[in-house]
Design a protein. Structure first.
Length: 395
């Protein structure tokens, strides 16, 4: 199971965060137990049963996307809805000829990968998307390239060769003023990933990837959303919208002195906030508790939960916070963009929810010494705020 603790153990925990994360690549041979994570059967089932329009599902070869009409045909139902239906023989031919297959955001449609993505998000404190890649030949699907986000690669089946070059522009971003130049010379690393191997690669590192070991290859890439100084400044501006200096109109047609006074006032407000030594902590708490997570309904319970101990529930966002307010005798539970105040007696149940593991109303009640009815009422409030969802109906 790839939960937060498991990811920390496999990647090196605090040592990884302090010495490797955002800094350099790292190869972890054989650390991942991939049993039950994702298989060829899972991939076949998803392709056969889901409507996966490009770019969700796509083929790529030599850095170019294969036109959809070469392996799929448009299909229209009686409600005039049209989607692309994969033609297996043409699909196989493209893959046999060297195309690589990509399936984006598989964490949304495959529970085991979704749980692994949540665990990595809890460990690294940022949103995670998981893509599946499959290749059959030594032809490169995407050419030598760099990504604008860090990745963690888990090799599932077969082998994949990764040649790595360092970054040629420090911390490049998707919205940048300059593109990184192609690297020169030999790669700094030439690795072959086998099943169970994990590779971490920071954003900006150039790489080329091929299935040139004589076996078909299947791997997962977990991509982490980057957070830069520009993102911090956008957050700071949002926090300062209550300030009069930032609410005032820009004196575009005022005198030079008026314009200078205006910018000085804005500068002082920003400088005062940036001087807070705990600013990054405040920002981290804000993005954790305002992340909306997954929009999961709790059917059939549309009018609150019944007091049934067998009903299983789970937090819908991997990152939430629980804060004790000792003077008031309350706790604040913050998740999915909302904060609620509860009595201190609810803290054990709320803490259990923050583990992000499915748990029953009965287990929550036992953890807090409460009645199941009390817990059902508490959880119903969180369901209305989209922070918790039913994952086992017990009907």
């Amino acid at each position: 199971m790839l939960d937060a603790a498991s990811w920390a153990g496999r990647l090196g925990g605090d040592k990884f965060l302090a010495r490797t994360y955002h800094r350099s690549y790292a190869h972890f041979p054989g650390v991942a137990d991939t049993a039950g994570l994702f298989s060829w059967d899972d991939l076949n089932r998803i392709i056969a049963t889901q409507r996966l329009e490009p770019p969700r599902l796509r083929l790529s070869v030599d850095g170019e996307t294969v036109p959809l009409h070469r392996y799929a045909i448009p299909t229209t139902n009686r409600r005039a809805v049209t989607w692309s239906r994969i033609q297996p023989s043409d699909f196989h031919a493209q893959l046999k000829d060297g195309a690589s297959l990509v399936l984006d955001a598989v964490e949304e449609i495959h529970p085991a990968v979704g749980a692994a993505a949540e665990g990595l998000e809890r460990f690294l404190g940022t949103s995670v998307q998981a893509n599946v890649y499959a290749s059959w030949t030594e032809r490169e699907g995407f050419g030598r390239h760099w990504d604008d986000h860090d990745v963690v690669v888990v090799q599932l089946h077969g082998s994949k060769r990764w040649r790595l070059w360092g970054m040629t522009r420090e911390a490049p971003t998707f919205r940048d003023v300059k593109s990184p130049e192609e690297p020169e010379g030999d790669p700094v690393a030439d690795l072959v990933l086998s099943p169970g191997d994990v590779l971490y690669l920071p954003r900006g590192w150039w790489h080329s990837v091929t299935a040139d070991q004589g076996t078909e290859s299947l791997h997962l890439t977990f991509g982490m959303v980057p957070h830069t100084g520009a993102d911090l400044m956008l957050w700071v501006v949002d926090q300062l919208r209550a300030s009069l200096a930032l609410r005032r109109d820009i004196p575009r047609f005022g005198s030079l002195a008026e314009q200078s006074d205006f910018t000085d006032a804005v500068r002082r407000e920003v400088a005062d906030m940036m001087a807070d030594p705990r600013l990054v902590e405040r920002w981290a708490e804000s993005i954790d508790t305002t992340d909306l997570g997954h929009a999961i309904p709790s059917l059939p319970y549309v009018g609150g939960l019944p007091a049934r101990g067998e009903i299983a529930v789970k937090l819908t966002t991997p990152r939430g916070r629980l804060t004790a307010n000792r003077e008031q005798g309350t706790v604040t539970f913050s998740a999915a963009g909302t904060a609620w105040d509860f009595t201190e007696s609810a803290a054990p149940a709320l803490g259990t929810l923050l583990t992000n593991q499915p748990t029953t109303l009965g287990e929550l009640a036992d953890s807090a010494g409460l009645e199941v009815k009390e817990v059902a009422e508490l959880v119903s409030v969180l369901i209305d705020g989209h922070a918790v969802a039913v994952v086992g109906t017990a009907l």
